[in-house]
Design a protein around this ligand. Structure first.
Ligand SMILES: C[S@@+](CC[C@H](N)C(=O)[O-])C[C@H]1O[C@@H](n2cnc3c(N)ncnc32)[C@H](O)[C@@H]1O
Length: 281
């Protein structure tokens, strides 16, 4: 019997778990093996509370109605995604971008870089790109750049657009860059910072499901970061997503994946640059 008295302890039956996990996998690519049941249950319990359903069965029945698909789908996905990120995560990627790739693009007479952070979460990755590329302008004054940040979760995109971070978030930003690119709150007790407008205006955020048939990003990119996103997909989905991302990468452009991810044994039009960096052929 499903718990009905206290929403905090509502349990998800195996049947409900199979139904929702298969839906999440087929629509968003996120794999949900049986060992994720407790995690999914606890994340969706919050949605049960908000929507006032007392069982997962009722919640899922609602979710799959036309009204539920319209109103509850996005909040459900927001609750389900894992959004851990950091400024300057995988710092060697930003070093490679600044010290090797930017000089190479400039030498190839590409002065206006289009960069995509696919699976950008709360914005730390695209803003790190923006800081890195801004620093490059000292050595390469002709450099211009624009950055697209996309994610499945509308919650994280909202936070990314606000660009407000706590003191704990910024520890990995070098001090000189903190001074240049972060605004301190005027309220002394509020230890929050905001990315400066000159960087914010370089970054545009949009909701995009990497499982979509076509990516409506408008143009092609010189650099794509898709880091720590593939880990949530199975191998076949990873290969499909990477192939689609590559259709949006310029020839001679670069793809970065996360340090725990790999593209080995995939049939892709890329040349290996280093462990997690690839150049489109
Ligand atoms: C762990 S975060 C990684 C953030 C950042 N790239 C980094 O490396 O720090 C993974 C992000 O991928 C997003 N994501 C998961 N599945 C997705 C999909 N099908 N389409 C777009 N984004 C997805 C999640 O919402 C989450 O914000």
């Amino acid at each position: 019997m499903e718990g009905v008295l206290n929403p905090d302890v509502v349990k998800m039956t195996d049947h409900d778990f199979n139904k929702i996990s298969q839906f999440i996998y087929s629509r968003y690519g996120i794999k949900m093996p049986a060992n994720k049941k407790t995690l999914l249950e606890s994340r969706l319990q919050k949605r049960l509370k908000t929507t006032s359903f007392s069982t997962f069965k009722d919640y899922l029945n609602y979710l799959f109605t036309p009204q539920g698909q319209l109103v509850e789908l996005i909040p459900m996905v927001n609750a389900v995604t894992t959004n851990k990120t950091d400024f300057f995560r995988g710092p060697d990627h930003f070093e490679l971008l600044a010290n090797t790739l930017v000089p190479e693009f400039i030498a190839r007479k590409i002065h206006s870089l289009k960069v995509w952070s696919a699976g950008c979460s709360t914005g730390e990755e695209p803003y790190t790109m923006a800081m890195t590329l801004s620093e490059c302008k000292t050595l390469h004054p002709t450099l211009n750049f624009s950055i697209l940040g996309t994610d499945l979760s509308s919650d994280v995109l909202q936070r990314a657009t606000r660009a407000v971070y706590s003191e704990d978030n910024i520890a990995d930003i070098p001090l000189a860059m903190r001074r240049k690119y972060l605004l301190q709150s005027k309220v002394r007790q509020d230890r929050k910072v905001r990315i400066v407008p000159t960087l914010r205006e370089r970054v545009v955020f949009e909701r995009l499901n990497l499982m979509d048939e076509h990516y409506k990003t408008g143009f092609n990119f010189h650099v794509i970061f898709c880091r720590n996103v593939l880990i949530y997909f199975d191998r076949a989905t990873q290969e499909r997503v990477i192939n689609k991302l590559l259709t949006k990468l310029e020839k001679g452009g670069y793809l970065f994946i996360g340090h725990s991810e790999s593209l080995t044994q995939m049939n892709l039009p890329v040349q290996h640059v280093k462990a997690t960096v690839f150049r489109k052929l």
